[in-house]
Design a protein around this ligand. Structure first.
Ligand code: ASN
Length: 331
């Protein structure tokens, strides 16, 4: 039987990292190993798919920019349109993997599997996790039963939705979790599914990377005790179109910051309240702050970095705060 065709788009990260010694599991350089070498290191890939690699970037993911997102998105969209491509895998640093996964989930119109994967240890380390993670990613991307489920992330044998999943801990290989649970598991080349995403994505999205060439500036300011309005004002002065408030608790805002956010909203900047609580926040409209009165938006269950992605994508289409709020409920 003919094997499915899977393209691996490599962007760098620890999965392409190299350390000086096998004991260096945490001290190494990310984004060193080219994609062809990663593929050659796993001869078993040939048994599950026809695999070819493309080096899109070679960067650590903390340095990913909006331009990187747009370039990658356009390449993925072009590939999934090809009849000779059945699935796409993207190797990526883990630090912003959740942002890229959510971005592609919003803007690439396809049913074909798009799977992001990274690793927590470089390939040179003892018990490196990248090899099995990449094998699993190719196996999921090659499978028909992964179609139509939105952009996926395979790490540590779990299949998570690119919308929900987040890096929850560092250093450990069990780093990625979704607050709503994994969609399934991939074990020895077979997928076991347990749930489906409920939010709009890919083919059912109103956004399309083919119509997006740049993303507006959306910045994140962190809430804590003794918070000041300095960061919010500085972002506004630099031209931010929206500011994500990475709020305490329910997305609460300190009384020292509230008047400034009202003022910035009056100048046309969108104010979006999210929560930075670790295990998954959930911000409700008009709870903690009168969002209707102030014309602010709430980020629903999206963490600040995912809220940044959705706000940037949404603002490429609308400047209306009510539309923005609808989009935050639906995606
Ligand atoms: N584990 C990793 O991939 C971390 C690395 N700093 C990156 O995101 O590129």
């Amino acid at each position: 039987a003919e094997k499915p065709n899977v393209v691996i788009l490599a962007t760098g990260g620890t999965i392409a990292g190299a350390g000086a010694d096998a004991t260096n599991s945490a001290t190494y350089q990310a984004a060193k190993v080219p994609v062809d070498k990663l593929i050659a290191g796993i001869p078993q890939l040939k048994t599950i798919a026809e695999v070819r690699g493309e080096q899109v970037f070679q960067i650590a993911s903390e340095s990913f920019t909006n331009d990187n997102l747009v370039t990658l998105g356009k390449r993925v969209a072009a590939l999934v349109k090809q009849g000779d491509v059945d699935g796409v895998v993207i190797t990526h640093g883990t630090d912003t993997l959740e942002e890229t996964a959510y971005f592609l989930n919003l803007v690439v119109r396809t049913d074909k599997p798009i799977v992001l994967v990274g690793s927590m240890r470089p390939g040179t380390a003892m018990s490196a996790d990248g090899m099995l993670n990449l094998y699993n990613a190719v196996s999921v991307a090659a499978s028909k039963d992964a179609r139509g489920k939105g952009v996926l992330v395979t790490m540590n044998d779990e299949i998570n939705s690119g919308r929900d999943v987040s890096k929850m801990v560092n250093l450990r290989t069990e780093a990625f979790k979704s607050p709503w649970g994994a969609l399934g598991m991939v074990v020895e080349g077979k997928n076991y599914w347990f749930r489906l995403p409920a939010k709009r994505h890919t083919n059912n999205s109103e956004f399309d990377i083919e119509k997006i060439d740049t993303l507006p500036s959306v910045e994140i300011a962190y809430g804590s005790g003794n918070a000041s309005d300095t960061a919010y004002r500085a972002f506004a002065a630099k031209g931010a179109k929206a500011i994500i408030h990475a709020g305490t608790g329910n997305g609460s805002v300190s009384s020292a910051v509230v008047p400034s956010l009202q003022e910035l909203r009056g100048k046309g900047i969108q104010i979006i309240r999210s929560s930075h609580v670790n295990a998954g926040g959930f911000v409700l409209r008009n709870a903690e702050q009168p969002d209707d009165k102030y014309d602010w938006v709430v980020a629903h269950d999206l963490n600040p970095q995912k809220a940044r992605i959705l706000a940037a994508v949404a603002l490429s289409k609308t400047q209306d705060s009510k539309e923005l709020q609808r989009i935050f409920w639906e995606y």
